[in-house]
Design a binder for this molecule. Structure first.
Ligand SMILES: [Zn+2]
Length: 344
């Protein structure tokens, strides 16, 4: 990126009400067959246009073609039985009925590549595409085959690498892996989480990012966050090793979270997507609030490596609120960009 402080979102944006029930996660599609295919493309067009209208620099599909950030990818894999469900504890936090791994996992065909090509055909701006990370995939399934979280993660990493290479060939500029599990399983992160992530990005020439957040949209996440106290230092566990990794960009949450800003120092040298928009609140940030978060982050990240972003996806918000937040992000970044340019 040549522009200073290029803005982007963590990923998802609200879907139009004709495509899926708004303001809920896991919302079922309202269309079927050909109409659904066309509907998802139309929603992507709208989502892109809203990002462009707000002045977002690095755009995405707003995750209009997926129901869930992990499960939609897994649905396309061999070796996972969606009928055979087991109850497991997700993120060591809440019980959920999940599909089972019943045999060797593999990718039947590209999952998001056609969608990425479509987005590429709609804009010349840099585009970012999100995939789930290996550890978060493992943590969203019951494994009745490998019986080892690490083994399964390595298998998923191989599959993700195949998908990522095709996304790169489709013209994606930044491939992002969502790893909320990195905020929970610290030993595993350092033993094999970051290693499997590096396997997933092996051989890529495009930029790569990891998004780590505290989870949104469900009560279990909110309840968990209430137990974390006034200082959230979870990032401290993964950052030193991430700093040493081949990942280019780290996306994290800042505004209104209890993460001490100085933890960013631990990933010095990486580009940082700083969450300056709270996705758990309907209150639209003022541009000045966004600017203040970015100024604080600038103490720990060089200006040319600071990427203003949202804390997480905005799928559960109303479209109106999401639009307001996109504009605030853009306007806040513009304030600080101006300040930086005046100093040069
Ligand atoms: Zn997130």
């Amino acid at each position: 990126m040549t522009r200073l402080l290029p803005t982007s979102t963590a990923g998802s944006l609200p879907k139009p009400s004709w495509l899926a029930e708004p303001e809920v996660l896991w919302s079922p599609w309202k269309l079927e067959g050909e109409a659904l295919v066309a509907g998802k493309q139309d929603a992507l067009r709208v989502s892109l246009q809203e990002q462009q209208h707000a002045g977002i620099d690095i755009v995405s599909d707003g995750e209009q073609s997926r129901q869930h950030f992990v499960t939609t990818f897994i649905e396309h894999l061999n070796g996972v039985d969606f009928e055979k469900r087991e109850t497991v504890k997700i993120r060591d936090r809440y019980e959920a009925s999940v599909p089972s791994v019943v045999g060797p996992v593999s990718r039947q065909k590209p999952v998001f590549v056609e969608d990425a090509k479509f987005l590429r055909s709609q804009t010349d701006q840099p585009i970012k595409w999100a995939l789930p990370g290996p550890m978060t995939m493992v943590d969203t399934l019951f494994d009745g085959h490998y019986k080892s979280r690490e083994k399964l993660a390595w298998e998923f990493a191989k599959i993700l690498n195949e998908e990522a290479k095709e996304l790169e060939a489709a013209g994606v500029d930044i491939i992002q892996f969502d790893e909320p599990a990195f905020n929970v399983f610290f030993d595993e992160v350092n033993e094999w989480g970051i290693a499997t992530l590096e396997r997933a990005i092996e051989g890529l020439k495009c930029e790569t990012a990891i998004h780590i957040c505290y989870g949104y949209g469900i009560k279990a996440n909110t309840d968990w966050k209430n137990t974390l106290g006034s200082e959230w230092r979870q990032y401290e566990k993964a950052f030193p090793k991430l700093q040493q990794s081949n990942i280019d960009i780290v996306s994290l949450e800042c505004h209104n979270s209890h993460v001490p800003m100085e933890l960013i120092e631990l990933i010095r040298g990486k580009k940082v997507m700083v969450g300056a928009i709270d996705v758990a609140s309907n209150t639209i940030e003022t541009p000045e609030e966004v600017a203040e978060t970015l100024r604080k982050a600038l103490q720990f990240v060089d200006a040319d490596k600071l990427y203003p972003c949202t804390n997480c996806g905005m799928a559960p918000l109303s479209r109106e609120v999401a639009r307001g937040k996109l504009q605030a992000l853009s306007a806040g970044a513009a304030i600080v960009r101006k300040e930086l340019e005046a100093q040069r």
